[in-house]
Design a protein around this ligand. Structure first.
Ligand code: NAD
Length: 294
């Protein structure tokens, strides 16, 4: 049993906190939003009125917050309040620079830290099947793994501080680009009179094979569980894809990488979320491609 504090009880943080309770950990939580506190309390999490109160007796603090500035602001409040040597695990998706700053602030306050962004979305958070991409010192990673094992199915050690965030944005840049590539192929196939299933049968067993095609197929039919079969509801929101592409492009710019396709994908998703329901699955980009003329 570990005393765990979860800060940020939103779409992801709440089910993670609930799974930590189910695994037998002593869980306290805090969120700035009163509605989130109420929902967490109803789900069996012991809620506290402030972050410092929630972490006062914690052995491990999990943060699940919107962006880097929220994490750094929260750390400034939480680090002095936690017992010396507390393990801080930030599971938010944030920029690598902020993640490294968070590690440095934690170390400066006498704590251990890990960056551990996730893939798997809300469904994975609820089912405890998340994948954690973890960065930090080896000893901190080892200390974090038993609790993360109750919240997900896999923790991948990516390297030192910030390496988890780096892996996450690189992976999601591949995903954003490949979803657009798969969607363009289906739309071109439509114009050529090619059946969706026929293109799927070829590409899914040939060199076009990728997750955007075989798991999250942007047309209904070939993969019955993909969001395209339910008007793109309940998947990975297009606005979150845009967020992750933005983080990747900032890092590419900062480090002088000519990520031409990543930038094109970021631009396309930026236009898309201006006109579409921002929370539909990112594979709805196929509708934008269908509507555009070449
Ligand atoms: P969310 O907006 O539902 O939840 C964030 C919560 O943090 C909110 O309830 C907000 O009130 C709270 N908060 C903000 N600042 C706070 C502070 N200082 N102290 C306490 N609470 C604070 O967001 P989410 O969907 O749960 O996403 C959280 C993180 O996980 C993001 O970084 C997101 O990119 C990442 N992520 C989300 C998904 C997904 O499918 N939702 C998938 C992978 C990664």
């Amino acid at each position: 049993m570990t005393r765990v504090a979860v800060i940020g009880l939103g779409n992801m943080g709440l089910p993670m906190a609930v799974n930590a309770v189910k695994a037998g950990h002593d869980v306290t939580g805090h969120d700035l939003a009163p509605a989130a506190l109420e929902a967490a309390s109803a789900a069996g999490v012991t809620v506290r009125a402030s972050g410092p109160e929630a972490v006062r007796a914690a052995e491990m603090v999990i943060t699940m917050l919107p962006a880097g500035r929220h994490v750094l602001e929260a750390y400034d409040e939480l680090l002095p309040a936690a017992p010396a040597g507390t393990l801080f695990v930030d599971c938010s998706t944030i920029d690598v620079t902020a993640a490294r700053a968070a590690h440095a602030r934690a170390a400066g306050a006498g704590h251990r830290s890990v960056d551990a962004p996730v893939s798997g979305g809300v469904v994975g958070a609820e089912a405890a099947t998340l994948t954690f991409m973890a960065g930090g010192e080896e000893a901190a990673l080892t200390a974090a793994e038993p609790v993360l094992a109750a919240l997900g199915k896999r923790t991948v050690r990516c390297g030192g501080p910030g390496a988890g965030q780096a892996a996450k944005i690189c992976n999601n840049m591949i995903l954003g680009v490949s979803m657009i590539a798969v969607s363009e192929a289906f739309v071109l196939g439509e114009r050529l009179g090619l059946d969706h299933q026929a293109l799927f049968d070829v590409a899914s067993t040939a060199s076009g094979q990728c997750w955007a095609l075989t798991t999250n197929c942007p047309v209904p039919g070939p993969v019955p569980t993909s969001p395209a079969n339910r008007d793109f509801q309940g998947g990975f929101a297009a606005q979150l894809m845009l967020k992750d592409l933005g983080l990747a492009m900032s890092a590419a710019y900062e480090h002088g990488v000519a990520a031409v396709l990543g930038q094109a994908a970021a631009d396309r998703y930026a236009r898309f979320v201006e006109t579409d329901d921002r929370v539909r699955d990112f594979s709805a980009i196929i509708e934008d491609i269908r509507g555009a003329t070449g």
